[in-house]
Design a protein around this ligand. Structure first.
Ligand code: TYM
Length: 332
């Protein structure tokens, strides 16, 4: 089977609807066709300050949400990044073939470091995409399902793989991004031209997987729309309504055109009610299952440990080849 790899940061108390629609639902859909590796990238989360006790908790909660959303730990290798030492080890080697300017051109780095101020931003934040390349390349990954915001990091990963292969001989599979046009960017409900993100200025436009349904419904009913009152998909003229239609369609499986004709002549309040229903009925069972899984942390830790062993085996095979190719003295 071809190999798929993807990951999410455990940097929040809950995943949000963008993570769920843009990434997690694709992961679930692809896990049968592919040999799947799904990772909780805790080392990436450390690139900005984290509370240690919270980070540990969030790492478990993130893993639980993967399973609750439908990742089957018997089919997919679901593990924690820091449990497989090969990730930072390969990242070091890749750091040595990444250009300073090349890393500096990453738009996520530019945005995040600008927000934090140049003196606060860490070197870890700067080399973040190189660790991401390491995650992907260790498994000889063919396909990487992500949201639109990761496209540039994927390009860097492909460049690094090609560069290494060219200098040291065929070593890495060059991975393909898997980014679904319709759902790869879910927007903030209050600011529908910006992507939904945990680091938005206000919380009101962010739908969390683990929020109470009441909270979620209220946020949807207050979503920003426009002063016109036609329910139609038009990203430029009607970003708020278009985002609601995208979410509705993604979670219900109903094509956007069908929704447009279903809601023809009706008001935004009706549309929002429909969206709130489908969102809460999708997320509620995930929330319940996540809480069940978290009630038995020992079992969850056991699953993660077994998966880390499987992942490490594959990763170390690649790492040994890399160490050999670049000329490191093997330890006897
Ligand atoms: P992260 O943790 O920011 O986001 C996890 C996944 O969710 C997608 N996503 C969205 N999709 C649609 N609309 C949105 N508003 C939205 N917000 C987030 C992201 O594109 C991502 O797929 N660098 C990665 C984590 C990572 C990784 C990797 C991914 C580390 N190593 C290897 C793939 C392969 C990140 O920070 O994602």
């Amino acid at each position: 089977k071809p190999i798929i790899f993807s990951g999410m940061q455990p940097s929040s108390s809950s995943l949000h609807l963008g993570n769920y629609i843009g990434a997690l639902t694709q992961w679930v859909a692809l896990q049968d066709e592919f040999d799947a590796y799904y990772c909780v990238v805790d080392l990436h989360a450390l690139t900005v300050p984290q509370d240690p006790a919270e980070l540990r908790e969030r790492t478990r909660t993130t893993a639980a949400q993967y399973i609750a959303a439908g990742i089957d730990p018997a089919k997919s290798t679901l593990f924690v990044q820091s449990h497989v030492a090969a990730h930072p080890e390969l990242a070091w080697i890749l750091n040595t073939i990444t250009g300073f300017g090349e890393a500096g051109r990453m738009t996520q780095f530019k945005d995040k470091s600008q927000k934090q101020g140049a003196d606060q931003a860490s070197v870890g934040l700067f080399t973040y995409p190189v660790l991401m390349a390491s995650d992907i390349l260790l498994y000889q990954t063919n396909v990487v399902p992500v949201g639109e915001d990761q496209r540039q990091h994927l390009e860097l990963t492909r460049d690094l793989a090609g560069r290494f292969n060219h200098r040291f001989g065929e070593t890495f599979t060059v991975p393909e991004p898997y980014i679904l046009k319709a759902t790869a960017k879910i927007y903030d409900l209050q600011n529908p031209t910006a992507k939904m993100s945990k680091s938005a200025d206000t919380d009101a436009g962010l739908i969390r997987v683990l929020d109470e349904p009441k909270v979620t419904a209220k946020k949807i009913m207050r979503a920003v729309t426009d002063t016109d009152n036609a329910i139609r998909f038009d990203r430029d003229e009607k970003p708020g309504v278009s985002n609601l239609l995208t979410i509705f369609s993604a979670l219900s499986g109903t094509p956007i055109e069908t929704l447009e004709s279903d809601y023809a002549g009706r008001g935004y309040g009706d549309l929002k009610k429909g969206v709130a229903e489908v969102v809460t009925s999708t997320l509620e069972p995930i929330r319940a299952r996540t809480n069940e899984l978290l009630a038995d942390p020992a079992e969850l830790d056991r699953l993660l440990a077994a998966a880390a062993d499987r992942a490490a085996e594959h990763a170390n095979t690649t790492l040994r080849t890399v160490y050999d190719r670049v000329g490191l003295l093997p330890r006897r």
